[in-house]
Design a protein around this ligand. Sequence first.
Ligand code: NAP
Ligand code: MG
Length: 394
Amino acid sequence: MKTPLVEMDGDEMTRILWRQIKEELLEPYIALKTEYYDLGLPRREETGDQVTIDAAQATRKYGVAVKCATITPNAQRVEEYKLSQMWKSPNGTIRAILDGTVFRAPIMVRGINPVVKNWEKPITIARHAFGDVYRATEYRVASPGRAELVFTAEDGTECRQTIQDFDSPGVLQGQFNLDRSIASFARSCFQYALDTKQDLWFATKDTISKQYDHTFKDLFAEIFEREYRAKFEACGITYFYTLIDDAVARVIRSRGGFIWACKNYDGDVMSDMVSTAFGSLAMMTSVLVSPEGNYEYEAAHGTVTQHYYRHLRGEEVSTNPMATLFAWTGALAKRGELDGISQLTAFAQKLERAAIDTIESGVMTGDLVGLWEGEAPAQKVTGLEFLRAIRARL
Ligand code: NAP
Ligand code: MG
């Protein structure tokens, strides 16, 4: 390797799998070069969360990162880890620094069939990773009164609209997004569609949200016409816009094999729906692509806390390392591509093939056993045994 990968370690069960993936499947075969950032919660506490910011900055410097799942603290975690504050979600912090779009795609294997029978190919969800409800200002309205939306321009001019005259308690929320973020979301999606030669779908609720959602629709349309239509035609792919409810219905009836661009909240919700329908959250890859061309690879699932607690009690657990392994292979393949090291990219591809073949041979973790419809009898193994079976095959 020429350039180091930015390695972001994490928490709980995935932290254990992280170490095992490196020891069993990476370090024996490649001269792994990483710049290590420990995003585990104890280290975030120690550094006042500076380590997360440093890791995101390093990603802008080197271009490719691989991230382990991390705890997003809540009140219970503050207690459990004796935290001085409820640190923000590391993913949120990283996305705020890098901007960009998260692409999530299922890892498909023969023998595990999507719940939706007609899904023959993966559906990739492209989630806008900035703004909307994730950066909203909100509060409880405790008593009657008037809620107004006020915008004060730099020159002092004011634009004021009544949201609601409350006659009883309720709730209130203010959301925003930026043209430049929406435009970079659009460009990331168009570019990813070209890179992977898949059609792109986009949907919002522009009939109801005539300013907010309509802006998303318009910016996508303008950028497509101006910068991408010719490229799409040359590549033989299409861009298709529809309403979010129509998109949901069409996605279910589709054969898959396209990218579905979603606003931030839609992408959060729909990626869980799509990944579950494809089999398991543990079989879902995730990559954040920034407008500057930086890539951060991760698993779509969390730190698998329930398995970790059982592991701490000395019980044997069967946690699926596929998504975390594919975060590594995705990052290694990209590093190989950017640095012109074809052996590194080839190694990543062989490792992915060995992992898929292992499952297809019937060796798998517990989460997949109930879904298994392959010919070979399912053999349930622990995460570590599964990694060793991949190693034997590799
Ligand atoms: P989770 O870690 O994704 O786990 C939820 C459940 O899904 C697990 O209990 C397990 O079900 C199943 N599961 C998820 N990944 C699995 C795997 N690799 N192998 C087998 N089963 C798997 O979500 P959570 O329990 O809601 O969150 C735990 C922690 O993760 C939280 O502190 C949260 O903040 C954090 N989180 C981090 C990220 C991230 O860093 N990207 C994302 C989401 C959540 P069974 O127990 O039924 O086996
Ligand atoms: Mg979610």
